[in-house]
Design a protein around this ligand. Structure first.
Ligand SMILES: [Zn+2]
Ligand SMILES: [Zn+2]
Length: 251
């Protein structure tokens, strides 16, 4: 694969996301840019972004051309929405192959994202949508959608539950306010997922409606200072399995 900006070969590097899962991203040693699979940058820690962006590129000036997706050759427009400040430049493939962050922009994006989450937490102001802090993704998750066919799987045998825990990293809870959290997690295999609450709430929320390895659920309307329990239902092959119970408390 060649760099979307300067068209030199990209090198794969391994990074760890905030939920402890390892992913491969593409780095350009020439211009210092990074090509990252859609949505993954949402899960980097700010420290990881800082490390990745500390690369010293061979050329200092970024070419002024519009980037080209290394997978499909389409021009990559800049992301213009609530998740990316005007001072930060992130390009995205219109066919959802990935996002391109020119040198420094990954760290600036994460810094802006963290500041915004911190602001909302501090002031107790709910975000209008999870996309106010997250780079847009192909998978649109919906809230409070009941999945009757999957609910039956809750009664599946203990053996199946153990298996589900093995294919999942520990979910990462990002409190947005005292009434809203984001639950994000990775699966080893691409899967459709949903989150079913077992205490504190009685609903099931969709994590991913298409097969993918990174999943996100925005949970709204929570009560402050309350313990919640939930299980994750993972469907990678038409036979949904259920994890053991996870918990979190709202601030
Ligand atoms: Zn480059
Ligand atoms: Zn593409």
């Amino acid at each position: 694969m060649d760099c979307p900006h300067c068209h030199q070969p990209l090198s794969a590097i391994e990074i760890e996301t905030a939920d402890g899962h390892t992913h491969s991203i593409e780095e350009c040693l020439n211009c210092g840019g990074h090509f990252i699979e859609p949505y993954l940058a949402n899960f980097f820690t700010i420290e990881t972004a800082r490390n990745i962006d500390s690369i010293i590129p061979k050329i200092q000036a970024v070419p002024a051309t519009n980037p080209i997706c290394p997978k499909c050759g389409q021009g990559m427009p800049g992301i213009k929405d609530d998740s990316v400040p005007e001072t930060v430049t992130v390009f995205t493939c219109p066919n959802h192959h990935g996002d391109f962050f020119p040198k420094e922009q990954l760290f600036l994006f994460k810094e802006a994202q963290q500041s915004k989450i911190y602001y909302h937490k501090l002031w107790g102001i709910p975000l209008k949508s999870a996309f106010a802090v997250l780079i847009p993704i192909l998978v649109i998750f919906s809230l409070a959608t009941l999945l009757p066919s999957i609910l039956e799987q809750i009664n599946s045998p203990q053996e199946t539950r153990v298996k589900a825990s093995e294919i999942l990293t520990s979910p990462l809870i990002t409190p947005i306010s005292s009434t809203q959290v984001l639950i994000s997690f990775s699966t080893q295999k691409p899967a459709k997922t949903s989150v079913k609450f077992t205490e504190g709430l009685s609903k099931t929320l969709i994590g991913s409606q298409v097969l993918t390895t990174t999943h996100l659920v925005s949970v709204e309307g929570l009560a402050p200072g309350t313990l919640y329990k939930y299980v994750i239902i993972i469907d990678s092959n038409g036979k949904p399995v259920t994890t053991s119970e996870y918990t979190f408390s709202t601030p």
